[in-house]
Write a protein that binds this ligand. Sequence first.
Ligand SMILES: NC(=O)c1ccc[n+]([C@@H]2O[C@H](COP(=O)([O-])OP(=O)(O)OC[C@H]3O[C@@H](n4cnc5c(N)ncnc54)[C@H](OP(=O)(O)O)[C@@H]3O)[C@@H](O)[C@H]2O)c1
Length: 439
Amino acid sequence: MARVETSSNRPYHLVIFGASGFTGQFVVEEVARTVSEGPKGNLKWAVAGRSRQKLEKVLEQAAAVLSKSELRSEVDIIVADVEEPDSLAAMCKQAVIVLNCVGPYRFYGEPVVKACVENGAHHIDISGEPQFLEGMQLNYSSQAADKGVYIIGSCGFDSIPADMGVLYTKDQFKGTLTAVESFLTVGSGDDGGCIHDGTWQSAIYGFSDGQKLQSLRRKFNHKPLPSIGSKLKRRGSLFFSNEIQQYTVPFMGSDPSVVKRTQRFLVEEHQDKPVQYGAYAGIGGIGNIIKLMFAGMMFWVLVKFSFGRNLLIKHPEFFSFGFFSKAGPTRKQMDESSFQFAFYGEGYTDGQDPSQGKPNGKICTLVQGPECGYVATPIAIVQAALTMLNEPTALPKTGGVYTPGAAFAKTTLTDRLNKHGGRRENVQKIINKDLTVYS
Ligand SMILES: NC(=O)c1ccc[n+]([C@@H]2O[C@H](COP(=O)([O-])OP(=O)(O)OC[C@H]3O[C@@H](n4cnc5c(N)ncnc54)[C@H](OP(=O)(O)O)[C@@H]3O)[C@@H](O)[C@H]2O)c1
């Protein structure tokens, strides 16, 4: 049986690996803000990375942002490099949980997971790369279970809001929820918004390697999930969504993969009924469709060749119409940005048999939060870690490789996220007759 041992003689509850990265620096700030939420109101933590100098600077910057005179006296520095296994082992031996912010994970992730499993540290990451996430599940599940270690992937904006949002919607529905579609919309202020180059690189390598993901999935040899209720129809690759009143495309991130893995876990471990899931993202009006088609076509062509990938990596701003940039968003852009997920679910109300006829109930849940990549993501990974530390008995009984929904379904993670920047409104309405109306 796995237990998160918070009173062990490991010096740190949390070690932030990759603390000097664009995202890592905001994770550092978020941990510094929440130390009082650690076990017994205290959190022992350290920052780690390959450059001591950069880590010193990150701590100085975080202290300035939080109006503290300094952080260095309460936060230690660990020098560790993915290329040096001994340094990773030494880091992992000192941590109860490693928060891994070093990406692209397809290149740098596995040695860190391996070192955590071998040295008894739990591991939480913010990867949005299904190939890495599912590969770790395939290769490390049984070793992690033997060692009593939790390896929990995709604990950032990819894919905590989607995974926990589906579970929340299911909990709120009075009956058997059988299908959910989510619609993501992102808002920004006058300066617009953008995403840092680190995520752009992860996406480039992910798309260029799509076929490997298919062959990896075959290795699991999964049985199809039981089909409960009407089959959820896939929408087209571009459509006008009445739900969010704008043009919409299928969401290309890790959410569908993560939600499906969570549903499989709940079916296999808890004999739950699975929820079918479709993920979509709003893109706005006609102008954006033209930009997206143009950028998408260039991307699909270039990503196939190493010359093209190099071009994409060198010029993120140009090839993404400014949506990705080497500098990342400014603090003002981040402060003025936000996201909303609308989850539209359908199912069979209490007393109705899901194997008979069409769904007779609908539900809509809204999940709202701050800027996705560098405000919501640090909040999500830090709250995931604090949940592990504070609620060890609510985690799955054995160690293993888990999605956020599988790991945190029985915890208060959703409430913690609400308290820290998410706004969640349940606008459930069960409609028995008129299936076309949501409110
Ligand atoms: N789930 C989400 O919604 C979400 C949101 C944001 C980011 N992310 C993901 O997080 C990852 C990081 O993104 P980012 O924008 O922060 O990228 P970044 O700024 O390039 O940061 C990468 C980090 O990895 C470190 N690193 C690289 N090679 C290393 C090595 N050999 N040993 C030790 N550390 C090494 C870098 O250290 P140096 O500082 O020494 O170069 C840096 O700290 C990406 O995979 C991105 O997709 C996910």
